[in-house]
Ligand binder design. Structure first.
Ligand SMILES: C[S@@+](CC[C@H](N)C(=O)[O-])C[C@H]1O[C@@H](n2cnc3c(N)ncnc32)[C@H](O)[C@@H]1O
Length: 294
């Protein structure tokens, strides 16, 4: 995947990115089967599933991987692979308590995120905070508590909004933030940009809403190679088609290397103040960038 200029009609209209699931033709029946047939990608998927998702229940993790192996080696569609995996996962859930492992892993992840937030923000004390792509809002709530912000100073936004979240949430179209210019001095985007159809446009609108004295904090994955893009794609499918089926969450496949993200930030009118690569052993290779409006 490259950052490219695409031709619309005869004129060059805009720079855009081409997501892996639109340009990369699978070598096998599907991108998932291609990923599984590559020993390097297969190995990072397996490790992420066993040591991440199924951390507390490795036996169930092993049987889940055996099922995945069987399905990926069959001549069935990608959709069918994930539907059958979803059924298999549900049957495992009935047999044993997988939830405690998944919950514990999530709690550890949230705690790490708060430590990283402190590391990046230092003594900065925001007055009004929005979390774009807040998902279930648990991280937003933890950030609120860590920064001692009152409820009315915190808002989550997402394209998909579930009931009973721990914060106030606004649904939006994923492109235009329905808030005033310069109205918030802390905005976070935690692993959201690769889900956005047009991340650069979203960033431009976020820059509009960001107060010039404030910060945007972005967490994304550094995925410059085809291997890492395919790994990310399979793990996103796993999350949104198997563990926690959410058909409305977009998966356009916008996985980029961090250098490509830095270019996009610049084009969106944002400048990087700090960047960290906080979890070197994490196969997703996350980075976190603290940005300001230019
Ligand atoms: C990987 S989840 C991250 C959720 C949360 N930020 C976290 O760290 O747990 C990605 C979230 O981004 C949302 N999303 C997808 N496209 C979006 C867009 N264009 N703008 C805002 N949120 C979007 C999805 O609905 C999903 O809740």
């Amino acid at each position: 995947m490259h950052i490219q200029s695409i031709k619309l009609g005869t004129c060059l209209l805009r720079q855009t990115i081409q997501p892996i699931n639109s340009i990369a033709k699978p070598l096998l029946y599907s991108l998932t089967q291609e990923a599984w047939s590559d020993p390097n990608i297969k190995s990072i998927i397996e490790k992420s599933i066993i040591y991440g998702n199924f951390k507390n229940t490795p036996e169930e993790g092993k049987s889940f991987l055996e099922e995945m192996n069987k399905l990926c080696n069959s001549k069935i569609s990608e959709e069918e692979i994930y539907l059958r995996l979803q059924d298999f996962f549900k049957s495992l859930q009935k047999r044993c308590d997988l939830n405690s492992g998944f919950t514990k892993e999530r709690e550890e992840r949230v705690q790490r995120r708060i430590n990283q937030l402190h590391e990046l923000l230092g003594n900065f004390k925001p007055t009004s905070y929005i979390d774009v792509g807040c998902g279930r809002g648990d991280i937003t709530k933890e950030v609120q508590d860590a920064l001692a912000l009152a409820d009315q100073k915190v808002l989550g936004l997402d394209v998909v909004v579930n009931n009973s979240l721990p914060i106030k949430v606004l649904q939006f179209d994923g492109k235009k933030i329905p808030l005033d210019n310069n109205s918030h001095d802390l905005i976070t985007l935690f692993t959201v940009l690769h889900h956005a159809e047009q991340p650069e446009d979203l960033l431009k609108d976020i820059a509009r809403v960001l107060d010039p004295s404030g910060y945007l904090l972005v967490r994304e994955f550094d995925a410059p190679s085809r291997e890492l893009k395919l790994f990310n794609l399979v793990m996103d499918y796993m999350l949104y088609k198997v563990y926690n089926p959410s058909p409305d969450v977009p998966i356009p496949g916008n996985y980029l290397g961090y250098k490509e993200w830095l270019e996009i930030f610049k084009r969106a009118g944002l400048t990087v103040e700090k960047i960290i690569f906080p979890e070197p052993d994490n196969p997703y290779k996350p980075f976190m960038a603290l940005l300001k409006k230019i």
